[in-house]
Design a protein around this ligand. Structure first.
Ligand code: NAD
Length: 340
């Protein structure tokens, strides 16, 4: 028996999650929703994903574009076991009433408040918490990156306190109405909301975050200073520990990956779907240890890092894997992500 999945909201995140679900042997992608015909709807049709109308979309507009529509979102919801809501920030909150009415399970995204779900989710961080839940929220791209790293640091050496500055991309590559296109915008909420969001996964983690937004579309970069509880022997031990954790890609100096441009060029060369980079990216040269004080940079591909986590969230809800590591291994293998 496969778990039948709908994706409601077929944008940056939704189209990637749809592809990922379609690759899982234990899941079936029943359909995706669109509000308006556009190139993404055309691509969904080309991939054989049945298209359903959501958010007031009208059938005539799709017919005029030569796109066939299988029904409305309400009809789609009657055919599935779970819906992944990848609609814009705060729209998921409105959609939840549809899922409630249909008696469905749902996975929400990080643009929604934590209260939308029974628990916030990160596969490395708290897979077990997600088990059997009806509503889960996969935390945002930045929080996913921090939570993965927190899992490694906490479980190996312990974390006394963590200070992180998030250098955030101004917009996704396809967004032409956001910015800045010049300048650096400090986030005046101090500390930023990301620290409390990480604590939805690790409630007792001492972490304070600050953020600035910069004119780039490629990736976010986190600048981290962590006071560990126990000192690692040396930086090599830290590198080796990250290297043996799934969903981390460490670049060695000889690879000549100086920053996010080369990371995304590597991703384009590697050629996974959408040229994505779903791993936390660390530079070996960007890891320094001074006693218990660890400094490291990590880059986060905002468009794709949460994709494997959505798959694992579904698996946790339906208890389709023995544990988190098994689910992660199965997800990563199906997506073509190299194991540790
Ligand atoms: P997006 O704008 O690219 O895609 C959202 C899609 O939902 C669009 O296709 C839109 O037409 C559609 N939509 C609008 N109203 C709808 C409705 N009522 N019902 C169904 N669909 C509707 O947005 P996104 O970047 O994919 O973000 C989706 C969620 O994922 C948000 O919660 C966001 O915070 C989160 N997220 C985004 C990123 C990122 O960097 N883009 C990263 C991690 C998490």
């Amino acid at each position: 028996m496969k778990v039948r999945v709908a994706v409601n909201g077929y944008g940056t995140i939704g189209k990637r999650v749809a592809d990922a679900v379609a690759k899982q042997p234990d899941m079936e992608l029943v359909g995706v929703t669109k509000t308006r015909p556009n190139f993404e709807a055309l691509r969904a049709q080309a991939k054989g994903y049945p298209l359903y109308l959501a958010g007031g979309g009208n059938r005539e507009a799709f017919a005029a574009a030569g796109l066939s529509v299988a029904g409305t979102v309400d009809e789609l919801l009657r055919k599935v076991d779970v819906v992944v809501d990848a609609s814009p920030d705060k729209v998921g909150r409105e959609n939840r009433t549809l899922y409630d009415a249909a008696g469905l399970r749902a996975v929400f995204q990080g643009g929604e408040k934590p209260e939308i779900a029974e628990a916030s989710f990160n596969a490395l961080g708290n897979y077990t918490t997600g088990r059997g839940k009806r509503f889960l929220r996969v935390v945002s791209c930045n929080t996913t990156g921090l939570a993965r790293a927190a899992h490694v640091l906490r479980s190996t050496w312990g974390v006394d306190h963590w200070e992180a500055t998030l250098i955030r991309r101004g917009a996704d590559p396809a967004e032409s109405k956001k910015g800045p296109i010049n300048g650096i915008l400090p986030t005046f909420r101090l500390p930023s909301h990301h620290g409390p969001d990480v604590r939805t996964i690790f409630p007792d983690l001492s972490i304070a975050t600050t953020a600035v937004v910069v004119p780039t579309t490629l990736m976010h970069v986190h600048v981290n200073h962590v006071r560990l509880t126990k000192a690692p022997q040396d930086a090599h031990e830290v590198i080796a520990t990250f290297r043996r954790t799934p969903r981390f890609r460490l670049f060695a100096a000889w690879e000549q990956v100086e920053g996010t441009p080369q990371v995304m060029e590597y991703a384009r060369n590697r050629g996974l779907g959408f040229s994505d980079m779903m791993e936390n990216v660390l530079w070996e040269d960007g890891i320094r240890l001074d006693g218990r004080d660890l400094y490291f940079f990590q880059a986060i591909h905002q468009e794709s890092i949460v994709v494997p986590e959505n798959v694992d969230a579904i698996r946790a809800m339906f208890d389709l894997a023995k544990d988190g590591p098994e689910s992660i291994a199965r997800t990563d293998q199906s997506l073509g992500l190299p194991g540790p």
